[in-house]
Design a protein around this ligand. Structure first.
Ligand code: NAD
Length: 433
């Protein structure tokens, strides 16, 4: 099938490369020419395991063609919209400027009847509005469907090739049949396909993110209860996770959620809920507030430990382990706030240091953990990279000016660090109260 993918970020580049691997003929369009050049040269401009290989393979077979020329998408039978939908500047809703631009590009370029499929995360009702607009703007018949993406950064290829479910939000049988054919290899592998209407498909994605965000904030409320009450959040989480109705996933207390999806999707959900008069959406607003308070609590823990010199080693800048993305990273946010509070901050991250340096050039950066920790008054672990879990507190003890560590992610072995002479402050543990 001839397919275009509009937008080649985390979602679009992964989607385009996966579609090419299914044997489709894919044109990947982006307005960012340097991104297109990078992809066309066989490189992925961000860290995503397995994606370089898929892109190289797609270029070699000629099934994947990155371009910045809108005319190149004219012959496609299906256009996937994969552009960003960030938080609106100065507000809390979703900014649909890029999506409107992508839809206008398709309307102008399409030379044959086509199916336009939204994959971006959007407020409910976006597809209906786009469909109405495209009906008047496009010179050819256009039908519109919504097919939200649930991939996780750091596992994008795996999640795309073997998703938990495919959600096809369609307005007619023809769109359903076409999308089932696009995803034939995934469907043949037995992946659950959920057919629904466009509005439910749009809402399914934001609802999934709201559920995940809520779970994280509830665990963080429990962790604060533990701090105040002198109880142990680690044992508490084990008890909860062993209840099959609750389950063990996404039950990690700590610095809370960040990245380019959960915070902005939670806020956009609340903004739209208020517009629609859903009073109980106040609960989800509080999920966001609890999440932001975790950053303040981590900052307080560091300030209690930093003494008069205020030299802080920050371990971790990425919004989560396994990613080089620092968009709305809680770790980088905390590091910047500490800097604004007068600290000398030295950051280490095994993968995201370059992205962090571009986003926060005012901070210091170290190539290895030892250099970051040398002469520090407090070490703050803000992203739970595996290599931090395995750190040797005995050898680091002599490097630090003062042996204080704040574990904001619950990823260190408190007993091991305490036995090596460190004052250990774990977010959500009674020592932080
Ligand atoms: P991104 O910012 O990494 O990429 C968006 C790309 O779209 C950029 O390369 C930009 O240049 C391009 N673009 C913008 N306007 C364009 C236009 N008019 N024509 C062509 N290209 C255009 O964004 P992302 O992280 O890939 O997210 C995209 C969407 O997918 C968002 O709605 C996001 O919420 C959703 N999503 C993201 C993830 C994730 O993990 N990143 C997961 C699921 C869903």
């Amino acid at each position: 099938m001839k397919i275009s993918v509009i937008g080649t970020g985390y979602l679009g580049a992964t989607h385009a490369a996966c579609l090419a691997s299914y044997g489709h003929d894919v044109v990947a369009l982006d307005v960012d020419e340097s991104r297109v050049r990078t992809l066309a040269a066989g490189h992925v401009p961000f860290h995503e395991p397995g994606l370089d290989e898929l892109v190289v393979d797609g270029l070699r077979t000629g099934r994947l063609r990155p371009t910045s020329d809108p005319a190149a998408i004219g012959d496609a039978e299906i256009h996937f919209l994969c552009v960003g939908t960030p938080q609106v500047p100065g507000g809390r809703g979703a900014d649909l400027t890029a999506l409107d631009g992508a839809a206008a590009t398709v309307a102008r370029a399409a030379r044959q009847p086509c199916l336009v499929v939204g994959r971006s995360t959007v407020p409910v009702g976006t597809a209906d509005a786009l469909a109405a607009r495209m009906e008047t703007e496009a010179a050819v018949p256009v039908s519109l469907a919504w097919n939200p993406e649930f991939l996780r950064e750091g596992r994008a290829v795996e999640d795309s090739l073997r998703p938990d479910r495919l959600v096809l939000g369609v307005a007619d049988d023809a769109a359903y049949v076409t999308l089932s054919a696009v995803y034939a290899p995934v469907v043949a592998a037995g992946v659950q396909v959920i057919r629904t209407d466009r509005r439910t498909a749009e809402l399914a994605k934001t609802s999934a993110n709201v559920m995940l965000a809520s779970r994280i904030s509830v665990v963080n409320v429990l962790s604060e209860m533990c701090e105040r009450a002198g109880a142990d959040i680690g044992d508490l989480v084990r008890v909860l996770g062993s209840d099959p109705r609750i389950g063990p996933d996404v039950l990690q207390p700590g610095l809370g959620f960040g990245g380019s999806c959960l915070p902005k999707d939670t806020r956009a959900f609340v903004a739209q809920g208020r517009e629609l008069g859903v009073e109980s959406v106040a609960l989800i607003h509080e999920v966001d507030m609890v999440n932001m308070r975790q950053r303040a609590r981590a900052i307080d823990a560091v300030r209690r430990a930093w003494g008069s010199r205020r030299r802080v080693a920050v371990l971790g800048a990425a919004f989560k382990q396994g990613s080089d993305d620092v968009r709305d990273s809680p770790a980088l946010d905390v590091a910047r706030t500490l800097h604004h509070l007068g600290a000398t901050v030295m950051v280490h991250d095994p993968l995201a240091a370059e992205a962090a340096r571009r986003a926060a050039p005012e901070l210091g950066y170290a190539d290895d953990v030892e250099s970051a920790v040398r002469d520090a008054d407090v070490v703050a672990v803000l992203t739970p990279w595996e290599e931090y879990t395995g750190l040797d507190p005995v050898s680091l003890y002599d490097l630090a000016a003062s042996p204080s560590v704040v574990d904001a992610r619950g990823c260190l072995d408190a007993d091991k660090w305490t036995a090596a002479g460190w004052r250990f402050h774990g977010l959500g543990r009674s020592s932080c109260a």
